[in-house]
Write a protein that binds this ligand. Sequence first.
Ligand code: CUA
Length: 357
Amino acid sequence: MNKGLRNWRLFSLFGMMALLLTGCGKPFLSTLQPAGEVADMQYSLMLLSTSIMVLVIVVVAIIFVYVVIRFRRRKGEENKIPKQVEGSHKLEIIWTVIPIILLLILAVPTVLTTFKLADVKAMNDKDRDKKGTVVVNVRANQYWWEFEYPDYGIITSQDLVVPTNEKVYFNLIASDVKHSFWIPAVGGKMDTNTDNKNQFWLVFDQKATDKAGGVFYGKCAELCGPSHALMDFKVRPLPRDEFDAWVKKMQNAKKPVVTDPVAKEGEAIFNKSCIGCHAVTPVDKRPVQARTAPNLANFGDRERIAGILEHNEENLKKWLRDPNSVKPGNKMAGTYGHLTEEQIDALTKYLMSLKVE
Ligand code: CUA
């Protein structure tokens, strides 16, 4: 390869990296801007381990440079050999003990933190609802998320709502393949499995929430199919009183009363083709096996269309027209016949009118 081409490749690689890395560090998405107790603990561990690694690299580099310069071959001393230290017990003990000490410094806080993060006693307490412990059942599906609040009897999808400044506990499962539940700014990821329940807790800091603009981004962090990278969700942490008000509203939400004639037409299409999979109230009582698609009760209040597109009518129409072009391999593609533009307009009107707040 000629030198110009090689330089150009190197240059473009660095350029790309710089461009990509400027995307890091956003308060709604970044692990480096911890937004709660769990994220804080994990961030401290990252700093600790990174500092130890940097310290080792620096010390080794200094010794290396010193040795190269100090013992280089000099004019007139071509045949001189430095003192040989092979088999020195003293040196061997030193470079065995130092890594052990470093590993201990790393291991003690890591193990302590791991146990703290695994403590989910409060969520398995029989009286948890009397104590006000918030528990959310997360169910991951190709390529959407369901959030059920078992103590309040409500279900929502795609937008997770939680109270701030307190421990929120999660039961994690998947209904089809393995996924992974991850809110980068708020805590590390945890797998959702089909055959067993994983449990953990997170804290959503109020100040960090304000800084993030009220919404954190959530991700699927386990390769689960062609739209894995598009399997996003949003988190809206609210102060406790606002959260309680939201729960009340969800609990009291009735089937929407549609008056607009176009939306009414949309409702008729929906009731014929969509309601078998999609519920439109948060208190829908169908069993978990029958919940094969996102609950749409508060669709009009959502942050995104299909979890990824900006929330507007244009994008909803795009989704209805050809869901597979937005999220390849999703389960909605091909489940309903061809919709005319008129039908799409009517459905859009109806879906956007589904609001709880
Ligand atoms: Cu679900 Cu990746």
